[in-house]
Design a protein around this ligand. Sequence first.
Ligand SMILES: [Zn+2]
Length: 90
Amino acid sequence: MGSMILMPEELTAENGAKSLLIGEFFETRHHECRDCEGDGCFNCDYKGEFIEKIPVSWTTIKAIYRMAVKKYGKPVPNHGGVVSDGTMGT
Ligand SMILES: [Zn+2]
């Protein structure tokens, strides 16, 4: 694993993540042009298809992040109520 950094546990509007991330990611969906059935024409700019960009929803962005946090996140020692047992001795 690479170097470790501190990240917030959750993405929220409050920590600025919503305005940062929303509208940044897209799924692309290809639709064959109905006018030329893929051959290419004026309407589809001679590509034979249209590419629809579908923004990844805020709900999905949060869900992806939540899973990454669950898998890789570690509580920060002396931050909040979670105490690590990484100290030596008693
Ligand atoms: Zn076309």
